[in-house]
Design a protein around this ligand. Structure first.
Ligand code: SAH
Length: 540
């Protein structure tokens, strides 16, 4: 297996023996791991992970993977370095596929070299999968480039772990002070004062821009900016703690322009969709400069009665349904999987027309080889009945037999509306969308501490389940902007005490993001509009 990694493969892995991937997880955002790193996690049998590696990445491992927290918070060693080395050797020697997951890059103050050396000594196979170091990538996300034409043509990454006032220093602050344009200090939060003093003593201008970036590239990111002389006091005032990057150099001043200025920039936006469905929303939010916080409020659990599924499958194949209505991508996935388990494929739908509520549902059908006959623009029950009537005439709805695969405990508005219009409706319960048993602790903490700026709800169940996760008390989100994908979701949010600020005009994920953007833009630009001269509201 050696040679699997992109670089630095060690020898010694014979057939049947294990292998260790030393994987850099990137600077904080789980999306910033490499493809090779992700692939290694997806095949791992054992993972030893660090505190700084984004824990959301662990969801990528198979369910049976052994996850070991080697997390080394300062002064609180869960495992010593010797124990980590020994454990890597032990699992690899036992023939396991092992990932050693580290924050940033494994070879930048990550002690990855020592771990690789221990494996090499034991004659075991290993590969290094480099990562984006926080020293470069973390600063970039915060709006600080380590080099910039005409501003900085060199940078150094330095440990702040040593006390600059003690003799026998390996770091020569006096020389670095004038030799390098951008200085990036890792592990230095506790010593900013002495480090800044050492740099000024060494000839660095006290007015050089400097900053501390806490938890870069995560929803918790915070920046304290000042001059080199004033940065320690500013960091204290801002309450900046580890982990943080300390950066000194003229490039810090570029942040004002490069931090990105979209209406969602720097906003923590809660994403409540199930993990498997959240990716588009997360990507769109990120593209707007937001910091998505994933708290999946929904987990899909199958709830089927085999006899009912069998009956329905026979009726469907027999051409008994004039219409089949899919109300969500989950309904598509679960129903088509159930048919496949009974050796039925797309041909089972030959005798029915297909209605998909929402473009995403239509897309899910298309991916399974089925093209919807009808995708109502208006996804409310009245809208669906109306669209069906238009498609085939009022009389035909009245006589139609409709199959409605659905969630347990879902809303009854649609079947009720169809029945009121004279249709016969067969409801088939497929799944329950329940709150997860173990919601991510970091996201829960951000919610509880009132640190969420905006919340996105993509269905009524996301609202209800979030409320359940929070013990029925949504008051921590009182000051957040509430955005809903459509009117029925908005109704549920309102009923549970979160009156929505923005409701998507187009009931899609891009529509939801657009509604959130428009709302925040209008609230943010109000003062500016008032100050504009020549308008009626202008004040002297
Ligand atoms: N191998 C890592 C660095 C490990 S040393 C890398 O390449 O990024 C640990 C130090 O890295 C922390 O004390 C802090 O200074 C810095 N660090 C790592 N991730 C960080 C983040 N997301 N935000 C701020 N600092 C971070």
């Amino acid at each position: 297996m050696s040679g699997d990694g992109p670089s630095g493969s060690g020898g010694g892995s014979g057939t049947g023996s294990g292998h260790v991937w030393l994987v850099g997880a990137g600077p904080g955002d789980p999306g910033l791991i490499t493809e090779a790193g992700l692939a290694a996690l997806q095949r791992a049998e054992v993972v030893l992970y660090d505190r700084l590696a984004p824990h959301a990445l662990l969801d990528q491992c198979p369910a049976e993977t052994l996850l070991i927290n080697a997390g080394k918070a300062a002064g609180d060693h869960v495992m010593t370095q010797d124990e980590i080395n020994a454990s890597l050797v032990e699992y690899a020697a036992a023939g396991r596929r092992v990932v050693r997951l580290k924050g940033g890059d494994p070879y930048v103050f990550g002690r990855g070299g020592e771990e690789a050396a221990a494996l090499a000594e034991a004659g075991l196979g290993f590969s290094v999968v480099p990562g984006v170091t926080s020293a470069i990538g973390g600063l970039a996300v915060a709006g600080i480039p380590v080099t910039h034409r005409g501003v900085a043509s060199s940078f150094a990454v330095i440990t702040g772990h040593e006390d600059p006032t003690k003799p026998g220093q390996s770091v020569r602050w006096d020389r670095l002070a004038t030799a390098v344009d951008t200085l990036v200090v890792l592990m230095g939060v506790g010593r900013i004062e002495t480090i800044a003093a050492a740099l000024i003593d060494g000839g660095c201008d006290p007015s050089t821009p400097a900053a501390l970036v806490h938890a870069a590239a995560t929803p918790d990111q915070r920046v304290a900016e000042a001059t080199l002389a004033g940065v320690a006091a500013e960091a204290r005032r801002e309450g900046i703690e580890a982990p943080a990057l300390f950066v000194v150099g003229d490039v810090v001043a570029l942040r004002a322009q490069l931090r990105g200025g979209g209406t969602l920039a720097g906003k923590r936006v809660l994403v409540t969709r199930s993990r498997s469905q959240a990716s588009t929303l997360v990507e769109l939010l990120r593209a707007e400069g937001a910091l998505p916080v994933e708290l999946p409020a929904i987990e899909i659990q199958r709830r089927t009665d085999p006899a009912a599924v069998g009956r329905t499958a026979r009726a469907l194949s027999g051409g008994n349904y004039g219409w089949t209505i899919f109300t969500s991508t989950n309904a598509v996935e679960v129903f088509i999987d159930l048919l496949a388990e009974r050796d039925l494929d797309a041909r089972a739908f030959a005798g029915t027309r297909l209605c998909a509520i929402g473009k995403a549902t239509a897309r899910a059908l298309r991916q399974r080889g089925l093209i919807a006959d009808l995708v109502p623009d208006d996804a409310t029950s009245e809208g669906v009945v109306e669209a069906m009537s238009t498609a085939m005439g009022q009389a035909a709805v009245a006589g139609a037999t409709v199959l409605l695969p659905r969630a347990e405990g879902g809303r009854d508005a649609l079947p009720d509306g169809l029945r009121a219009a004279g249709a016969t409706v067969d409801e088939l319960t497929l799944y329950l969308s329940a709150p997860p048993a173990e919601p991510p602790a970091e996201a829960m903490a951000l919610v509880r501490e009132g640190k969420i700026d905006a919340v996105t709800f993509t269905s009524s169940s996301t609202v209800k389940n979030l409320s359940t996760l929070l013990g029925g008390d949504l008051s921590a989100l009182r000051d957040a902007t509430i955005a809903c994908i459509g009117p029925s979701t908005a109704e549920t949010a309102e009923a549970l005490g979160l009156p929505p600020n923005a409701v998507a005009a187009e009931h899609t994920v891009p529509g939801l993001v657009a509604a959130l953007r428009t709302h925040l833009h209008s609230t943010q630009s109000e003062p500016a509009a008032q100050a504009e001269p020549g308008t009626a509201e202008a004040t002297p």
